[in-house]
Design a binder for this molecule. Structure first.
Ligand code: OFO
Length: 183
């Protein structure tokens, strides 16, 4: 009996998503290098940490493909996007990228649902929840920047933003974990 438990379509979609996560890591890495080169050490620190998180996502998918007996394909990673033009633009681009990644994940959820591959559907639920948190985190940071003046933010505010973001937690709180006394 064949030990490969993934269909060709699912294996191809998961392999592509594994590369998407590696690409996301490169994007965060390149934005971190950009931030550092502009003197924003706090923003760079946050983005370097996030680059690692994306590598972890890549690894999870790789492990899943292997554990299901399918063929993992380690492909070339596309170059990261162009550098941001400002701190405001940096968080705008991050938010847009997270939304694009969510859409890619939803496609795999849909394929696994259509194929009734409940193991993959179940595995992908971790990513669905993770993307809600990642979008929330990116949205919160971009909102803060917009409140601070967006493209017109003063250098004083940028200084404090850079200092504060270094201590920003890597994860946003999931709605499921909220209680009335701990909103
Ligand atoms: Fe892998 O979560 Fe962001 O993109």
């Amino acid at each position: 009996m064949n030990t490969n438990r993934l269909s060709k379509t699912i294996a191809a979609a998961l392999n592509a998503q594994m590369t998407n996560e590696a690409h996301a890591s490169q994007i965060y890495l390149s934005y971190a290098a950009w931030a550092d080169s502009k003197g924003f050490a706090g923003i760079a620190n946050f983005l370097f940490r996030h680059a690692q998180e994306e590598r972890n996502h890549m690894q999870k998918i790789l492990e899943y493909i292997l554990k299901r007996g399918a063929q993992a394909e380690i492909a070339a990673i596309a170059p990261p996007h162009a550098n941001p033009t400002s701190v405001n633009n940096c968080f705008e681009k991050i938010f847009e990228h997270e939304v694009a990644n969510t859409k890619a994940i939803y496609k795999i959820v849909k394929i696994s649902f259509d194929e009734e591959d409940w193991a993959t559907w179940n595995f992908m639920q971790w990513f669905v929840k993770e993307q809600v948190e990642e979008e929330t985190l990116a949205m919160n940071l971009w909102n803060k920047m917009k409140i601070a003046g967006g493209e017109k933010v003063s250098s004083d505010t940028l200084y404090s933003f850079d200092r504060d973001i270094e201590k920003t937690p890597d994860e946003a709180k999931a709605a499921q974990d909220v209680t009335t006394d701990k909103p």
